[in-house]
Write a protein of this length. Structure first.
Length: 290
């Protein structure tokens, strides 16, 4: 069970793991791990799953899914969905997410569960008890050196979350990169055996921002998430939609340079305990250092 701190209620709750029994079999048995290697974590499996989730036949999955994960549909327009994936990538009513209007405030890129990590002098960070380097995340890119002693934010999106994400500030995109890889689940069960964030399919953008210097935003695919849909954009505004994930849980990683951001104390303190903080897109999670 995963402990989550909910800022809105100031209470800790335990998260329901999507398809937990199936994941236990796949990651904790010999046969399951063979299936993961040869088929389940491949893009072929993702495409096969997508065929059904994009079909009219998948519409019947929507209502049971809403009930099981207690999704508040008041946040979304009343529409007739054409498929389960159409429902999963639904757009929110803008007024249901309150964006901080203070330019120096660091806002959450998505509805997600957030953990904060320090990048050390050797460009290493301990994420979910696995040691990662910036060069692993960025595939050996020289860009990594800029983030020595910086800050890493990991936003984990679960199946019940809104799966569209935004820009944290205004600025321009200096570059984009696609790194092909596997599609492991981003839930805790996979981290015991795999370095998910450096093995999974991912895309990253180099964002030259007004208030936070040069930031790297990485979108990480996950089990069943074969498609990361980033919009074709050069200049962006704070809160503007950057893209969305198709069906499944996913992750967004932000890398900041040293002394650029100060993260809110509650998030920092819970992160030190390994407890994720539930955040909503647009809410303040920190601020730019003066």
């Amino acid at each position: 069970m995963i402990k989550i701190f909910d800022r809105s209620t100031e209470k800790i709750y335990y998260e329901k793991q999507y398809k937990s029994k199936q994941l236990e079999f796949l990651y904790n048995t010999y046969i399951g791990r063979i299936l993961l290697k040869i088929f389940i974590t491949t893009r072929v499996f993702s495409r096969v799953s997508a065929i059904f989730n994009n079909s009219k036949g998948s519409i019947k999955k929507i209502e049971p899914f809403i009930k099981e994960y207690e999704i508040d549909m008041k946040d979304y327009p009343k529409v007739e969905y054409t498929s389960f994936n159409d429902f999963f990538t639904r757009k929110i009513i803008q007024a249901r997410r309150k964006f901080s209007k203070i330019n120096k405030d660091l806002i959450s890129v998505a509805d997600a569960k957030l953990l904060v990590y320090k990048i050390d002098n050797d460009l290493k960070m301990n994420i979910k008890n696995s040691i990662y380097t910036c060069s692993e995340l960025l595939k050996g890119n020289e860009l990594s050196e800029k983030y020595k002693n910086g800050t890493c934010l990991v936003f984990r999106l679960t199946v019940d979350d809104y799966h569209r994400y935004c820009f944290i500030d205004e600025g321009i995109i200096k570059g984009n990169m696609v790194i092909h890889g596997r599609l492991h689940t981003v839930g805790p069960i996979s981290h015991k055996r795999y370095k998910v964030y450096s093995e999974n399919h991912r895309e990253y953008s180099i964002l030259d921002t007004k208030n936070f210097d040069e930031v790297v935003q990485i979108e990480v695919g996950a089990l069943l998430v074969g498609k990361i849909k980033n919009h074709s954009i050069n200049n962006f505004k704070r809160g503007q939609e950057k893209g969305y994930f198709c069906f499944g849980g996913s992750t967004i990683v932000l890398l900041f340079k040293e002394n650029i951001v100060k993260i809110d104390e509650d998030i920092l303190n819970y992160s030190k305990e390994g407890i994720e903080t539930k955040v909503k897109m647009g809410e303040k999670i920190g601020e730019a250092n003066d």
